[in-house]
Design a protein around this ligand. Structure first.
Ligand SMILES: Nc1ncnc2c1ncn2[C@@H]1O[C@H](COP(=O)(O)OP(=O)(O)OP(=O)(O)O)[C@@H](O)[C@H]1O
Ligand SMILES: [Mg+2]
Length: 510
């Protein structure tokens, strides 16, 4: 049940009880007032009648009684609503009583002699006569010395007066009921205006906040000076605080989200680095294993070569050895020595790639690498182009290491252009930095393949044709030269490998 309904019901109940009490009290007061009025009026009538009759009668005589009866009849004729009018006159012995009764057939006069109860004071009472309620009044009559000599009694019907009182009561009840209704109606309207409407507006604002439909810009009723105003202002203040809290919370969530996103990015980058490092490590491990293997092989080859060398020397020194064989043995001896030197050099270089810079003519170095790598057959299908600025001149670098890188780049390019194409070897310098590029118009290298081309043993060439070590070794050499290799490629349009490394221009002394 809504608050408004509850208050209305309570008010209605209070009103009904109040009105009922008021009606009851009003009615009983009115009834008493009516009775009082009747009594007073009857007394008045009795007084008026007694003043009209002469009671100075000494002796009881028939004529006196008749005279009194006539006078009484004349006096009561002017008054309506009487039931009985009687006069008792005190006599020695029995008292005289003259009575006029107003019946259906008109007034009837009777005389009797009996003992009569005379009262000293006027008295009025209400009685039930058997023909309806009546007001009975005794009006004593005294002689000049104050002794009671007669009594006038009248009885008047009060039914008319009670009818009027009943009517008044009905009117009173109707007025009470309708004024109660009007009051209740007015109260409901006032309540609606004062309490119900502002409270429902407040409830609607709260419901809007609760449902998340949005906070109204101002809480209705906040301007009121009463308790509703206090409530609305309280709610408003609370909402301001809630808004503040939620803004703070949102900011914190945003900050945390941004921080998380940042950390996530960092994590992704770290992961990439980790993958890269792992790949690098694997490559290095493979290279190291290869180096070790090659070293073992070279070392193992050294012993039989020493034995061969010893035996060849012994054969050459033998007196039975013919001179032309001696010459051939010397050739063998020389070649064995060369092989031993190669192995030593390999073993040395396997230990560490240490560049030995010397002045080198860049154009000549490129030509040499091209002539070593591009066969005559290849030149029939591939247009070879060397792009070296004329002012390039000489630079300080390790020719064998740089040549090794160039030849690898060039042979890869030639292999990539089996159907022909264009090969360009370019040299550029920026300060002390040299850039040597080998560019081809082959199929190029796709995204996924790019990740692997520098890994040892990665090769797309048929078995026996490629080891997959070329670019891996090139990268090691580039590191030894304190440089780097960069690959540019548009799949379908060729690839370009560039070796960047420090190679200061060589200025001949003087
Ligand atoms: N210019 C290029 N165009 C297209 N693919 C290339 C090019 N250069 C290298 N590649 C790819 O890179 C792979 C690795 O090259 P790398 O030189 O390391 O080994 P390889 O050439 O296969 O073997 P090897 O060098 O021992 O002959 C090649 O198998 C080839 O797939
Ligand atoms: Mg290769």
């Amino acid at each position: 049940m809504s608050l408004r309904l509850q208050i209305t019901a309570l008010f209605g109940a209070i009103l009904v009880v109040t009105m009922a009490i008021a009606a009851y009290l009003g009615e009983s007061i009115a009834a008493r007032a009516v009775e009082e009025g009747i009594r007073e009026r009857t007394k008045e009538v009795a007084r008026s009648i007694s003043s009209e009759i002469d009671f100075s009668l000494r002796e009881p005589r028939e004529s006196d009684r008749a005279r009194i009866a006539v006078r009484l009849a004349a006096a009561v004729a002017r008054h309506h609503g009487l039931r009985i009018a009687e006069i008792a006159i005190r006599r020695p012995g029995k008292d005289d009583v003259v009575r006029i009764t107003f019946g259906k057939n008109g007034p009837e006069t009777t005389f009797e002699q009996r003992d009569y109860m005379f009262s000293a004071q006027p008295q009025a009472r209400l009685l039930d006569s058997g023909e309806g309620r009546v007001a009975q009044v005794d009006q004593p009559v005294s002689d000049p010395f104050g002794r009671p000599i007669a009594n006038l009694r009248i009885e008047a019907y009060v039914a008319d007066a009670e009818l009027i009182a009943d009517r008044e009561r009905t009117v009173f009840l109707w007025v009470t009921a309708s004024s109660s209704l009007a009051l209740a109606l007015a109260f409901t309207l006032i309540l609606r205006r004062m309490l119900a409407r502002p409270l429902s507006r407040l409830a609607a604002a709260m419901a809007a906040v609760e449902s998340g439909a949005g906070v109204p810009p101002a809480i209705p009723g906040a301007e009121r000076p009463d308790e509703i105003g206090t409530l609305a202002r309280g709610l408003d203040a609370m909402l301001v605080r809630v808004r503040g809290f939620s803004r703070e919370l949102q900011e914190k969530v945003d900050d945390a989200t941004a921080d998380l996103a940042h950390k996530n990015r960092a994590l992704v980058e770290l992961n990439d680095l980790l993958v890269e490092a792992r790949r690098d490590l694997t490559a290095k491990e493979q290279l190291a294993a290869l180096g070790q293997l090659s070293g073992t092989i070279a070392h193992e080859l050294g012993n039989p070569l020493n034995t061969i060398s010893g035996h060849v020397q012994l054969l050459a020194r033998a007196p039975s050895c013919p001179p032309d064989m001696k010459e051939q043995l010397e050739v063998v001896q020389r070649e064995v020595k060369r092989m031993t030197a190669i192995i030593r050099r390999f073993l040395d270089s396997a230990r560490a790639l240490t560049p030995a810079p010397e002045p080198v003519e860049i154009a000549a170095l490129i030509d040499e690498a091209l002539s070593l790598t591009v066969s005559a057959e290849a030149r029939t299908r591939i247009a070879v182009n060397r792009d070296v600025p004329s002012e390039m001149g000489r630079a300080a670098l390790d020719p064998s290491l740089v040549r090794h890188v160039l030849t690898n780049f060039i042979s890869n390019a030639v292999d990539a252009m089996a159907q022909g194409g264009r090969l360009t070897v370019r040299a550029r310098r920026a300060g002390d930095q040299m850039a040597l590029t080998v560019e081809d118009s082959g199929p190029g290298i796709g995204g996924e393949e790019r990740k692997h081309v520098f890994e040892p043993f990665y090769s797309t060439k048929p078995k026996g044709k490629g080891t997959g070590l070329g670019l891996a070794i090139c990268r090691e050499i580039a590191a030894a030269l304190k440089g780097r290799i960069e690959l540019e490629s548009v799949p379908g349009h060729g690839a370009a490998f560039t070796l960047y490394f420090p190679a200061p221009a060589w200025k001949a002394a003087g």
